[in-house]
Design a protein around this ligand. Structure first.
Ligand SMILES: Cc1cc2nc3c(=O)[nH]c(=O)nc-3n(C[C@H](O)[C@H](O)[C@H](O)COP(=O)(O)OP(=O)(O)OC[C@H]3O[C@@H](n4cnc5c(N)ncnc54)[C@H](O)[C@@H]3O)c2cc1C
Length: 450
């Protein structure tokens, strides 16, 4: 089948298997006729991390979506044991009515537990609480040999730290124990504030917005000059039950039922162009003035989930998401250089999001490290990869790195300079997968696997 991830670029012909039961998974992993394997969740990574390499080698993707049971839950500690195919959407539906939410969540709830661990995903609270890995207590891995390995901070620690952010290259995650966050309501109290430039946004983040558990800024990446990087900042905290306004009290711990607008087909590639994006940006910026509101968790954490298949708006050629982090000391200069380069290139990003990162989780290949992170969505065209390589030079120069879950074009040379622990990762991987049975299109492109 043609297989792609969320950016719809690249699309590769691939073999895929969707085991219904654990014994089916064991049979696939033990099948010597299959070349290499890579696990896949819901394909919400953007590039080629969840795609198998060359189909001619008989490689295949294992789709974990049916292996999604919630196995046990301890309400006193919030500890959930679930299979890797369980989704954050399913976990929220089951546990929000009992007063629990995932402690760290990416910008979509349509990701699996396995995908969240393998990418060590981050949310809007990295600066205060770290990445998904901070709440993972134990991972059970199925190794290519068929052996099952339990790993944690106390047991098989190398395997644990290599699997967090290890992009599926250390084994097939079968299940994990994660700690959920107790909440009193399904709502957040959110402050919105406009910043007239990226400089003002940095100051607000470092000042009044530093005390929020969650913070994020939407950036108008087409603005230039004195308005370069003008933004809307959002800072939020969970709303205690007593502070939920009365109209919303009746739905105190109710999960949101998706109202399902779906983009029915691929839009013409020209739909998202600098003119339409400029018009959207002006509307969005002017619609947000300084105020504080109580909003549902779904609107705050997952605004894009309200439009199903929104990736089709980019047309059949797809798009690339480009996310990088720059350390604090170089972030201001580096971000200004990237935004200036982007504005000059007339490449418009429909979504541009700025966040701050706190300390790393300890995952050997985990992306987050202290600094500032910016993500951009750029429609794919013939010249995009060359343009992004230019940005990669800038990122390396400023001591930053790119996020592998959102990459489709990083070069092996840039990668090596961005991830200095690559050799340690390879050593651990060699013990877990000595015959190189695990590989993805991404791992081959970057030289992580032979
Ligand atoms: C709208 C949107 C918003 C997003 N926002 C954020 C964000 O704010 N922060 C962030 O960090 N990410 C974000 N992402 C990226 C997304 O969270 C990650 O790419 C996540 O890994 C996707 O999970 P998945 O289950 O779809 O995994 P896939 O995309 O299918 O796979 C991702 C990686 O996980 C591996 N993997 C999956 N399942 C297993 C398993 N069972 N065992 C071993 N390896 C496995 C795959 O091999 C692959 O390397 C966003 C994505 C979208 C589409």
């Amino acid at each position: 089948m043609p297989l792609a991830c969320w950016g719809n670029h690249p699309v590769v012909p691939a073999r895929a298997a969707r085991p219904e039961r654990r014994r089916d998974l064991d049979a696939i992993v033990g099948d010597p006729s299959i070349g290499t394997l890579i696990s896949r969740g819901l394909g919400r990574s953007y590039g080629d991390a969840a795609l198998p390499p060359e189909p001619r080698e008989g490689s295949a993707a294992i789709l974990h979506e049916r292996l999604d049971r919630l196995l046990s839950f301890e309400p006193a500690s919030g500890m959930l044991h679930a299979e890797a195919g369980a989704t954050l959407a399913g976990i929220i539906e089951a546990f929000l009515p009992r007063g629990f939410l995932p402690a760290v969540t990416p910008g979509t709830k349509f990701v699996t537990l396995g995908g969240a661990i393998a990418a060590d995903v981050h949310g809007k609270n990295h600066h205060t609480e770290g990445s998904f890995g901070a709440f993972v207590h134990e991972i059970t891995l199925l190794l290519p040999s068929g052996e099952v390995l339990r790993c944690s901070r106390a047991e098989n620690t190398d395997a644990f730290w290599a699997t967090l952010g290890g992009m599926g290259l250390t084994g097939h995650i079968l299940s994990a124990r994660i700690r959920l966050r107790p909440v009193q309501s399904a709502f957040l109290t959110v402050r919105y504030q406009r910043a007239r430039s990226i400089y003002e946004a940095f100051d607000l983040f470092a000042g009044p917005f530093s005390t929020f558990r969650y913070s994020v800024a939407w950036i108008d990446c087409l603005s230039e000059g004195a308005a370069l990087g003008r933004s809307v900042l959002m800072g939020g905290d969970h709303t205690p039950a007593a502070e939920v306004p009365s109209p919303q009290r009746s739905r105190l711990l109710a999960p949101n039922v998706p109202r399902g607008f779906r983009v029915p087909f691929f839009a013409p590639s020209a739909l998202l162009n600098p003119w339409t994006i400029r018009a959207f940006n002006a509307l969005y910026f002017n619609a947000h003035w300084t105020r504080t509101r109580t909003v549902g968790y779904d609107s705050f954490f997952y605004p894009l989930d309200h439009i199903r298949d929104w990736n089709r708006l980019y047309g059949r050629r797809g798009f690339q998401q480009f996310q990088f982090v720059l350390p604090h000391e170089f972030a201001r200069d580096g971000m200004v250089e990237v935004l200036t380069g982007l504005a000059r290139s007339k490449r418009a990003s429909f979504l541009a999001v700025l966040k701050t990162f706190g300390p790393s989780s300890g995952g050997v290949l985990s992306f987050p490290k202290p600094g500032w992170t910016l993500s951009l969505d750029l429609p794919h065209d013939g010249g995009l990869n060359a343009f992004l390589r230019g940005l990669d030079d800038l990122i390396v120069k400023h001591g930053g790195r790119r996020y592998l879950a959102k990459d489709a074009c990083l070069s092996p040379g840039h990668f090596r300079r961005m991830y200095p622990e690559l050799d340690r990762f390879r050593e651990i991987r060699a013990r877990l997968d000595p015959h190189d049975r695990l590989a993805s299109a991404l791992s081959r492109r970057l030289g992580i696997t032979p």
